[in-house]
Write a protein that binds this ligand. Structure first.
Ligand code: MV4
Length: 517
């Protein structure tokens, strides 16, 4: 097993990997940029190495600097986390050449999945069902028209190098096709430096369901159930759960076996995720493969009882998977909320800054993976994910109840967060009934907001706790935050944010506001 692991990442995922290392008796090395000197992951690691300025290209994305930090610190392996260099085949290759183990798949597996057309060619060979369309880039509008004619409208144009919806165009009629192709190609070139665009049949309001897989260096590949990730905004996941209520045991087995086929076709080692689109008739289609540990891995950990990060380290050290497919059993339900420093009342604009007060939930069934602490300044230079609030329960309904309860305890002061969005989602009848597809959030966001969407409690627990901090009641103080659970009971958060005229009713609300500033 490794003696010392460098974590080429920051925030909650770096902390998550440090925890796995510590439990296994492995030393951890954090890396940091100028704005992360006081970051939580730096404080929690056994050692730390400075990288450089905040810009990712000068720090967390800088391959020579990270390899130098690994050499200097005497690390024998590097965990890339997610994002940054995690799916960079050049980095994996550079680690190999430097004699340092990259905790992840081979550069060859990454390259196969990095291009969607290449992946589709390989999936065709491996008999994996994917969305009907081409496996090569389109070379002319005439070709696009004839393929679209045969698969039927509407169709989707997608960048081969794409991801996250960039270079993607939906086309409903032949008349729009030629222009859309040109637009998609030029957007693909601008975004990825590669104009290759292919065509697929458009799946109406699909669900996004993904299978966790795991491979070892002996060639074993298993699946560890699916995650439902349809609750997204602008191709950014917001809430994930496992298992997916839409997937029955037979479908799970079929999907899992297809995911394993994908993994075997890619000679896949370590943790990976096979994404599927699922239509209303429960047909599922391979979409793409993510060759990394994902943000939402905790929900899989909770229902399988497997520590995925520790398993990554064992497998990267050359050990075989310690279980077979038939040993995997699922129990209960889990859900994860991505808590971001962003303002739901201002188009989810990022809201970095100092966290002046932090009161975090815990209690039965609650896990929090966080990268922040009270007093720390959330930098504006990176993804504004603050924490993941994760709940486990025997049933989906119990998980929802636990999350509503946990949200009523959660208070983050000094910055705006999307906590109120989750209070809305968890109260929504469609969500409660598990009627979620990739259009769910876009349908929910324009809906009028309830009078008090935070909790049904008249005086939230956070407000009671806040009273302890409040020294006195300043007369007529105005609420400074609109998502802090401090408004007088019954004051709509949206209304007060819009007209700014909400008056705290009585001394208590005013005192609480002041106490938490
Ligand atoms: C699709 C689709 C419908 N039909 N492909 C969006 C991001 C990219 N990874 C794939 N995406 C989609 N591809 C076909 N043929 C609908 C989407 C899509 C989507 C997919 C997953 C999660 C959220 C989504 C939101 C909008 C559109």
């Amino acid at each position: 097993m490794f003696k010392r692991i460098l974590i080429a990442n920051r925030g909650e995922i770096a902390v998550r990997v440090i925890r796995a290392c510590r439990e296994m008796g492995i030393e951890s090395v954090a890396v940091y940029s100028d704005v992360d000197r006081r970051a939580l992951h730096v404080r929690k690691a056994d050692f730390c190495e400075y990288l450089g300025p905040a810009q990712p290209s000068e720090s967390y994305l800088n391959i020579p600097k990270i390899l130098e930090a690994a050499r200097r610190s005497g690390a024998d392996a590097i965990h890339p986390g997610y994002g940054f260099l995690s799916e960079n085949a050049k980095f994996a290759r550079a680690c190999r050449e430097a004699g340092i183990v990259f905790i992840g798949p081979s550069p060859e597996s990454m390259e196969m999945m990095g291009s969607k057309t290449k992946a589709r060619q390989n999936m065709k060979k491996a008999n994996v069902p994917f969305v009907p369309g081409t496996e090569t880039g389109l070379t002319s509008a005439a070709e696009a028209l004839s393929v679209a004619e045969s698969i039927g409208y509407p169709v989707m144009l997608k960048a081969a190098a794409g991801g996250g919806g960039k270079g993607m165009r939906m086309v409903r009629t032949p008349a729009e096709l030629a222009n859309a192709l040109e637009a998609a190609q030029s957007e693909a070139l601008r975004s990825f430096g590669d104009s290759e665009v292919y065509i697929e049949k458009f799946i109406e309001n699909p669900r996004h369901v993904e299978m966790q897989i795991f491979g070892d260096t002996q060639g074993n590949v298993i699946y560890l159930a699916e995650r439902e990730c349809s609750v997204q905004r602008r191709h950014q996941k917001v809430l994930e759960e496992a298992p997916c209520s839409f997937v029955d045991p037979d479908m799970r087995r079929r999907m899992g076996e297809v995911a394993v086929q994908v993994g075997k076709a890619a000679k896949y080692c370590n943790a990976g995720t096979v994404e599927f689109l699922v239509d209303a008739q429960k047909n599922f289609y391979f979409l793409e493969m993510n060759t990394r540990l994902q943000v939402e891995h905790p929900v899989t950990e909770l229902i399988t009882g497997i520590d995925l990060v520790q398993l990554q380290l064992h497998v990267a050290a050359g050990e075989p998977l310690p279980f077979k497919q038939q040993d995997i059993t699922l129990r209960g339900h889990a859900m994860e909320l991505r808590i971001y420093a962003e303002d739901p009342d201002n188009n989810f604009f990022p809201s970095p800054g100092r966290i002046t007060r932090l009161m975090s939930p815990s209690g039965p069934g609650i896990r929090r993976d966080t990268g922040v602490y009270e007093g720390w300044v959330v930098p504006l230079d990176y993804d504004p994910l603050l924490a993941k609030l994760i709940a486990y329960g025997e049933t989906r309904q119990q998980v929802i109840k636990r999350l509503r309860r946990a949200l009523s305890e959660y208070f983050i002061g000094g910055i705006k967060t999307n906590l109120s969005l989750f209070r809305r989602i968890l109260q929504h009848p469609d969500f409660e009934a598990a009627r979620v597809d990739t259009g769910f959030l876009d349908r929910l966001l324009p809906e009028p907001r309830a009078v008090d969407e935070r909790t049904t409690r008249r005086v939230p627990i956070v407000a009671l706790t806040a009273a302890i901090f409040a020294q006195q009641a300043p007369p007529g103080a105005q609420p400074t935050h609109h998502d802090d659970g401090l408004q007088a009971a019954g004051q709509p958060a949206a209304a007060s944010a819009q007209n700014g005229s909400a008056k705290p009713s009585g001394w208590k609300a005013a005192a609480l506001t002041e106490g938490l500033r």
